[in-house]
Design a binder for this molecule. Structure first.
Ligand SMILES: NC(=O)C1=CN([C@@H]2O[C@H](COP(=O)(O)OP(=O)(O)OC[C@H]3O[C@@H](n4cnc5c(N)ncnc54)[C@H](OP(=O)(O)O)[C@@H]3O)[C@@H](O)[C@H]2O)C=CC1
Ligand SMILES: CC(=O)N[C@@H](CCC(=O)OP(=O)(O)O)C(=O)O
Length: 344
């Protein structure tokens, strides 16, 4: 059994990793770390774990000492020292946050307000989107698990950009996320009375996931792709819908593009390109590791419209992290993730 440790395990992302790992047949969770709940059982904080596990929160250092692989559900800016401790003792490190996603330090400084403290450590980082970086992930010691919004956008555009079907380098993206995306801390914006029966954009054109999308999309396209990204807060617990608008070459029909998408993802269990005429809908991906994609066209000016949906806590965080862990340890990629969600 692979020994799994989770730090930041009192937060939503860490808690979701625990929920999924407890159903994984090839691993044992050996430790859960927290800052504010030392000595408390996970089930004291999250009663869904009553009579399921007796795991008790300990320090992050104790968790790392007992594990072969560590998942970190920490706020941005503090993961480096934990990654270093893991790498120096031959352990694998999967960061659910943003500290190992950006290749250019200048982007990290601009969007996260801080320089890298340990630059050589970042030479080891691999961007953990398995459908695009599978072979590098298998050999990696540090994974920067993708952000939830970029997961929808990068999977939604990959077939198009890889085959150079775009007729421009500008992409417009509207996304909507459930409130678990903001973590468990209470904020004015995620207060029930503010979100319930409402819907609003935030950080329009100025969200920190923008450089992560541009980095990966530009690699796929072999040219600089520029993104205008507007996230919105949706009054549901889980799920992201991203609607992506991009002009495509005039000689292409929607049917041809659909064929290229289904062909690109034909061997990918977790990306489902829906039949033409269907709309990607949150309902059919929540509580699963699937990304559903539907394709539409405004034929008047050849604008392709891509709708890409995931559960932000599963394919957008914990499920994707476990998919990466499976690859890193030579397990079948879908181990522990082979489930569908509720249908209604
Ligand atoms: N929620 C989501 O959909 C997604 C989240 N992520 C990323 O995962 C990470 C965790 O997010 P999420 O679980 O939502 O956040 P939460 O706010 O729910 O949890 C944060 C966790 O980090 C711990 N923590 C906070 N500050 C420190 C500190 N200074 N030192 C050590 N531990 C600390 C907290 O411990 P304690 O509570 O004990 O104080 C808690 O366990 C973030 O980087 C987030 O951006 C990534 C993709 C999606
Ligand atoms: C609804 C909501 O607030 N979502 C979060 C999602 C970001 C997130 O989790 O991002 P990282 O993993 O990159 O830190 C946000 O917009 O900040």
């Amino acid at each position: 059994m692979i020994k799994e440790g989770i730090i930041g395990a009192s937060g939503y992302a860490g808690c979701e990793v625990l929920r999924l790992l407890l159903m994984h047949p090839a691993v044992e969770v050996t430790g859960v770390g927290a800052r504010s709940f030392l000595g408390k059982k996970v089930s004291d904080l999250y009663p869904s774990f009553y009579n399921v596990t007796d795991l008790t929160y300990t320090t992050d250092e104790e968790v790392i000492a007992g594990a072969d692989v560590v998942f970190a559900g920490l706020p941005a800016g503090i993961s480096e020292k934990y990654a270093k401790a893991c790498v120096e003792s031959g352990k694998k490190f999967i960061d659910l946050g943003a500290d190992f996603r950006l290749e250019k330090e200048e982007d990290y400084i601009k969007w996260y307000g801080k320089a890298y403290e340990d630059k050589p450590l970042h030479e080891k980082q691999v961007y953990g989107l398995p459908e695009v970086h599978r072979e590098e992930i298998k050999k990696a010691s540090i994974i920067g698990n993708p952000g939830c919004y970029p997961t929808t956008v990068n999977l939604g555009l990959y077939p198009l950009l890889k085959h150079h079907l775009n007729a421009g380098t500008k992409v417009i993206i509207d996304s909507a996320s459930g409130t678990t995306g903001a973590g468990k801390k209470l904020t004015e914006d995620t207060h029930f009375t503010k979100t319930n029966e409402s819907y609003h954009p935030y950080k329009a054109g100025n969200h920190r996931h923008t450089p992560e999308m541009e980095q990966e999309l530009s690699h796929m396209a072999d040219e600089k792709i520029q993104v205008t990204f507007v996230p919105h807060l949706l009054p549901v617990n889980r799920g992201i819908v991203s609607t992506i608008y991009i002009p495509v070459k005039e000689n292409l029909t929607l049917e041809e593009i659909h064929h290229i998408y289904t062909d690109t993802y034909k061997d990918e269990q977790f990306v489902r390109v829906l039949p033409l005429g269907m709309n990607a809908d949150l309902k059919f991906v929540t509580y699963t590791n699937y990304c559903n994609i539907s394709l539409h066209m405004d034929a008047r000016d050849h604008t392709l419209i891509i709708a890409s949906t995931i559960d932000n806590m599963v394919k957008g965080t914990a499920g994707q992290a476990i998919q990466n862990m499976n690859l890193m340890f030579g397990l079948k990629e879908n181990t522990g993730l082979n489930f569908v969600g509720p249908s209604f």
